[in-house]
Design a protein. Structure first.
Length: 254
């Protein structure tokens, strides 16, 4: 809550209250109302930030995701735990710059080439990580993003901003098993957004049922299973016997 800049007066309400554990979402929402958060019209939204903090606290309390690295596009709600940043989104910031002359266009092209060159080096590192190579890549990162001047002030500010995100962008040097972009997770979530066009629901239960089925379908696809055969096996329809998906996910290659 502090990292998301929730006002101290709001955080103080939680510290002063004895309740720490809630058995349901309804209990948590009633707690927020008792503390008066639902009536507060401030930015950032205290209901949203507090609920995200409580969710992350519940994950820790139950001992879940102890070694998980969260890879994101730097959106605030994902900056929790061990955090890594997506290189595709980082390069996209440079790509979006609008140069006014040839000198600025050339500076942008050089920066993009250096970033993609470094990105390919990170992909190679993931295949054969080593302490020596990690040191070389950290030094190379500094040379790319800590340059004195490119001749384009807006690009200079952006490169300094990316340099401040060094820990997140280079998390892969400590954890080479993690992805260096969010393409896979975005593709997975895109199916749900596509379904919104023609697959709307009229109740919370309908929404939950839709999301569960889409999640199962996507998981079966990644495991190269027939979703229809999976559903048939769960309904007792004669056909292939498919074990619980959890038992198939664990040994599946990343």
């Amino acid at each position: 809550m502090e990292e998301r800049n929730l006002p101290q007066i709001v955080i103080g309400k939680f510290k002063e209250h004895k309740a720490r554990i809630f058995s349901s979402a309804g209990d948590w929402e009633r707690h927020l109302q008792v503390l008066g958060l639902s009536a507060m019209n401030v930015t950032p939204d205290p209901m949203l930030i507090a609920s995200e903090g409580a969710l992350w606290g519940a994950i820790h309390h139950q001992g879940l995701l102890p070694d998980t690295v969260i890879v994101s596009d730097d959106a605030g709600q994902f900056r929790v735990g061990a955090h890594a940043l997506c290189w595709i989104h980082a390069e996209r910031l440079v790509h979006k710059l609008v140069p006014a002359n040839d000198k600025q266009r050339n500076a942008i092209e050089i920066a993009k080439r250096m970033i993609w060159w470094f990105y390919r080096a990170l992909k190679d590192y993931k295949l054969a990580p080593s302490v020596k190579q990690a040191q070389l890549l950290r030094a190379r990162f500094d040379r790319i993003f800590k340059r004195a001047s490119t001749g384009y002030a807006t690009l200079d500010r952006l490169l300094r901003r990316l340099f401040r995100n060094k820990d997140g962008l280079l998390r892969v040097l400590e954890r080479p098993e993690i992805p260096i972009n969010t393409n896979t997770s975005e593709t997975t979530s895109r199916l749900r957004h596509e379904k919104k066009i023609s697959g709307g629901t009229v109740s919370d239960k309908g929404r939950d049922a839709r999301d569960i089925m889409l999640g199962l379908a996507k998981t079966c696809m990644k495991l190269k299973l027939s979703f229809y055969e999976f559903i048939g096996a769960r309904l007792g329809i004669p056909g292939p016997k498919i074990p619980p998906l959890a038992s198939l996910i664990r040994p599946a290659p990343a």
